[in-house]
Design a protein around this ligand. Structure first.
Ligand code: SF4
Ligand code: SF4
Length: 372
C-alpha cells in the first residue's frame, strides 16, 4: 500500500513556466482557464522551487508551458536549475528561440531539448499550430540545435488530420539527428477534449500507426528511440497515467499550484497547494491532492479486485472525471469499465466527422472562439 509515509520521492518535475504561447494548437494540454502573465512565479520563486525539488529527490526538470521561451528569464532559470543539480529538458515549439539565445542556454547548462512537431510541411504544421511561418522558423531552430550539439527529441502529437505524415516524421527525426522521437496519439484533455470531432483518429488509423511504429522500431534500432503513446479510446486498457498518481512526478503551474498531473485541476473537489505557501516536500508527502488517489486504497470495483491494478492504477483520474463524472471510477478506456461500450461508440462518432473545424487554443485571458 502506498501512503504519504511510504510514497517514494518524485523523479521528475514539470515546471510550466508560462501559459503564454505564440501557437494555438487545438490539442494543447493547457487548461481552458489559463494563468495570466501577472500571476506567473518570479525568477526568485522558481529558483527556490528548483532547489526544493532537488532536495526532495527530483532528478529531471522538464521546462514547458505554454512556450517556455516566452519567459525572458529562461536562461537565468536554466542556470538556477543547473546550480540545483537538476537535469534540464526544455520542451519548446522553437518559436522565440534564436541562435544566440540557444547558445546562451547551452552556456547556462541546458542538457536537452524536446522540439514539438505539428506536421512535416508548412501547410500542415502552420494550420495545426495556427501560426503562419511557424514551420519554417522551427526548421531553422532545429538546425541551430543540431549545430550547437544539444541532444534532441522530437515530440509529435498525432491525430486524424496528420497521422498520415508519421513516416515523414520518422524520416525528419533521422535527418535532424534526433536521438528520440515521441509519437503521441492525441490524449483528450484540455483543448483536445473540445476538439474530438476534428482530432479523433479512426480505428483503422490507430491500427496502422501501431503497425508503422512497430516496423520502425525494428528498422531503426540503435539509431532512433521511438516512444509511442497509442490512441487512447481505441485501446483495451488505459495508460498508467503519470506512472501512478503521486508516485513519480509532479507539475507546478505558472502561478505556483502543485498538481499530481497536468489535468488535475479538472477534478473539482481537489484543492491544490501552492509553492508560495508550503514547502514542496510537504506538498508531495502530505498534500491532500497527492494523497487523494495515491496507491490503490481509493479504488472501487472493477479495479479493486483486478490483477492489473498495480499495472495501470485504474488509468487516468481526469479522464474518468471528464467522461464519467466520477474521478474515482475506472477509466472508461478500460474494456472492463461499464462505460467502455459507450466510449467506443462515441469514438466512432467523433472519428466520422469529416468537416469539423478546429477550436483553437486561445491566449491567456482571452475568450476562446471557434476558428475555421
Ligand atoms: S501544444 Fe501548441 S499551443 Fe499548447 S503550448 Fe504547445 S505549442 Fe503552444
Ligand atoms: S479494471 Fe481497473 S485496474 Fe483493471 S485493467 Fe481496468 S482500469 Fe486497470
Amino acid at each position: 500500500m502506498t501512503t504519504a509515509k511510504t510514497a517514494p520521492p518524485p523523479i521528475a518535475m514539470l515546471a510550466e513556466l508560462t501559459h503564454r504561447c505564440p501557437l494555438s494548437c487545438p490539442y494543447c494540454s493547457n487548461p481552458i482557464e489559463m494563468a495570466l502573465q501577472e500571476a506567473e512565479l518570479s525568477t526568485e520563486t522558481w529558483t527556490r522551487v528548483f532547489q526544493e525539488a532537488a532536495d526532495l529527490g527530483v532528478l529531471q526538470l522538464h521546462l514547458s508551458g505554454g512556450e517556455p521561451a516566452s519567459r525572458r528569464d529562461l536562461t537565468d532559470l536554466i542556470a538556477a536549475a543547473q546550480k540545483a543539480g537538476l537535469y534540464t529538458n526544455l520542451i519548446t515549439s522553437g518559436i522565440g528561440l534564436s541562435e544566440k539565445r540557444l547558445r546562451d542556454l547551452d552556456a547556462a547548462g541546458l542538457d536537452h531539448i524536446q522540439l514539438s512537431l505539428q506536421g512535416t510541411d508548412a501547410a500542415m504544421a502552420d494550420e495545426i499550430g495556427g501560426y503562419r511561418g511557424g514551420f519554417d522558423r522551427k526548421m531553422k531552430v532545429a538546425d541551430w540545435i543540431t549545430k550547437i550539439g544539444f541532444p534532441l527529441t522530437l515530440n509529435a502529437v498525432l491525430h486524424r488530420r496528420n497521422l498520415h505524415q508519421l513516416p515523414d516524421m520518422l524520416k525528419m527525426a533521422e535527418t535532424m539527428g534526433a536521438r528520440r522521437i515521441e509519437v503521441a496519439t492525441v490524449q483528450f484533455h484540455g483543448w483536445a477534449l473540445k476538439n474530438r470531432d476534428a482530432l479523433m483518429p479512426t480505428l483503422e488509423q490507430a491500427k496502422e500507426t501501431t503497425r508503422i511504429v512497430t516496423e520502425a522500431r525494428l528498422r531503426l534500432k540503435g539509431r532512433l528511440v521511438i516512444d509511442y503513446v497509442s490512441a487512447d479510446y481505441h485501446s483495451k486498457y488505459p495508460k498508467r497515467c503519470m506512472g501512478g498518481w503521486g508516485s513519480t512526478g509532479l507539475n507546478v503551474t505558472p502561478d505556483g499550484q502543485v498538481l499530481p498531473c497536468h489535468a488535475a485541476q479538472t477534478i473539482p473537489h481537489l484543492t491544490f497547494d501552492r509553492v508560495q505557501d508550503r514547502p514542496l516536500a510537504d506538498i508531495w508527502y502530505n498534500g491532500s491532492a497527492f494523497n487523494a488517489y495515491r496507491g490503490t486504497d481509493w479504488m472501487a470495483e472493477p479495479c479493486k479486485s483486478c490483477d492489473r491494478k498495480t499495472v495501470d492504477f485504474g488509468g487516468c483520474r481526469c479522464q474518468a472525471m471528464a467522461l464519467v463524472g466520477d474521478a474515482s471510477a475506472t477509466d472508461p478506456v478500460c474494456q472492463k469499465s461499464p462505460h467502455n461500450a459507450a466510449l467506443q461508440a462515441q469514438a466512432n462518432t467523433h472519428a466520422a466527422h469529416d468537416r469539423a473545424s478546429f477550436f483553437y487554443r486561445s491566449a491567456p485571458g482571452k475568450t476562446p472562439a471557434p476558428t475555421e
